[in-house]
Each structure stands twice: as C-alpha cells, then as structure tokens.
Design a protein around this ligand. Structure first.
Ligand SMILES: CC(C)(COP(=O)(O)OP(=O)(O)OC[C@H]1O[C@@H](n2cnc3c(N)ncnc32)[C@H](O)[C@@H]1OP(=O)(O)O)[C@@H](O)C(=O)NCCC(=O)NCCS
Length: 173
C-alpha cells in the first residue's frame, strides 16, 4: 500500500462517460437499471482501487436511487469518489449525471453508495489510507458519511441474523 496514510478525495475520483443505445433500453426506451448498476460497480471499483492501491471487492451496494429516466441517445457520466475510509473498507459515492451537451445542462439522474474492501495478497482485508475532502461537494459527502456508516453497520447486523436463520432453516453452509 505504500506509506501514504491520507489521500484527498480528488486523487482517486474517476469518471466514465457512455451514450445510451437502443440495446441498453427497455420497452419504454429508458435505460435498464441493471446496466446502470454494472457501470456504477465498474467505476466505483476503479476509484476504490486508486485510493487503496490494492485489489478490492464489493462488500455491499448500499443504495441506488433512480431519480430521472435515462433515454436512448442520452450521454451519461458516472462520477465516483471515495467519500469515507474505515480500516479496510471504503464508501464510494457515484453521481450518475445526464449531460445535455446541446443545452449545456447537467441533470442528476441517479445516486449510488457502495462499500468496497481492500484485500492483501492472501485475500484478507488490509488497511487503507484515510480520505479528506477539499471542495464543498466533497465536504458534504464526507461529513454525512458517518451517519451512513452507522446505518450500514446496523443493517449488516440484521443481515447476519437473516443469514443465520436461512442457513439453519435450509441446511446451508
Ligand atoms: C467483503 C469481505 C472481504 C469482508 O470480509 P470479512 O471477513 O467479513 O471482513 P470483516 O468482517 O473483517 O470486515 C472488513 C471490513 O469490511 C466491512 N464490511 C464487511 N462486510 C460488509 C458489508 N456487507 N457491508 C459494508 N461493509 C462491510 C467491515 O465493516 C470492515 O470495515 P473496516 O475494516 O473499515 O472496519 C468478504 O465478505 C467477501 O469476500 N465477500 C465477497 C465479496 C465479493 O465477492 N464481491 C463481489 C460480488 S459479485
């Protein structure tokens, strides 16, 4: 991982741009949610890898809010940054933005939060650098992260109970 213990959010910020084609859309001519999520997963993994300088895995997709339909021909930017770093985990936020280049407008179409974990060569969680914000937007994502981390921990505990029940009830390992 090197000696860097703190990194700015902008150091690992990553952007992917795509135009929506007919094969990316459903019968309503709006983009498949699953395709959007695949793009989100890819760009956020790149961001987490840049921040940690290590292999990463998706631990959870915490939320995806679809705010506006994305239509055939739209140009979509996926803007990802690490908004919080724990010991080995990183929260990545992704803004999915429709770029209306002709009108020079940007529309927030979806918003997603995911958690990635950095792994060492043996596949075990390893320490990641802390992250600090510089711009007003980065500060908002960073400052609000602790509340999301708390909710995520509560959800994970609930999930453990569900997993234990299912494993027991259905005789699964
Ligand atoms: C994610 C994974 C590495 C966690 O391993 P683990 O042995 O449970 O690790 P730990 O309990 O020590 O947790 C390590 C960190 O991950 C976080 N974490 C683990 N599971 C999480 C979850 N479901 N959601 C959010 N954070 C999670 C922990 O809070 C901890 O964070 P911290 O180090 O910053 O405090 C492991 O569950 C795994 O490999 N899962 C499969 C990942 C994968 O294949 N993803 C692709 C899906 S197609």
């Amino acid at each position: 991982m090197g000696n860097v213990k703190r990194k700015s959010m902008s150091e690992s910020r990553s952007v992917k741009e795509r135009q929506v084609f007919p094969q990316d859309t459903n019968h309503l001519h709006t983009m498949f949610g699953g395709m959007l999520m695949a793009n989100v997963d890819e760009i956020s993994a790149i961001t987490a890898t840049k921040h940690s300088n290590s292999q990463v895995v998706t631990a959870s997709t915490d939320s995806v809010d679809f705010l506006k339909p994305i239509k055939t021909g739209d140009i979509v930017s996926y803007e990802a940054m690490v908004s919080y770093a724990g010991q080995s985990s990183m929260e990545v936020c992704v803004q999915i933005i429709i770029e209306d280049i002709i009108r020079n407008e940007r529309h927030l179409a979806a918003l997603s939060f995911l958690t990635f974990v950095a792994l060492d060569e043996d596949g075990k969680p390893q320490e990641v650098p802390q992250v600090y914000p510089e711009t007003q937007t980065e500060m908002w994502f960073h400052d609000t992260a602790l509340a999301r981390v708390k909710r995520r921990k509560e959800r994970r505990n609930e999930s453990k109970e569900t997993i234990a029940f299912l494993a027991n009830a259905q005789n699964m390992k």
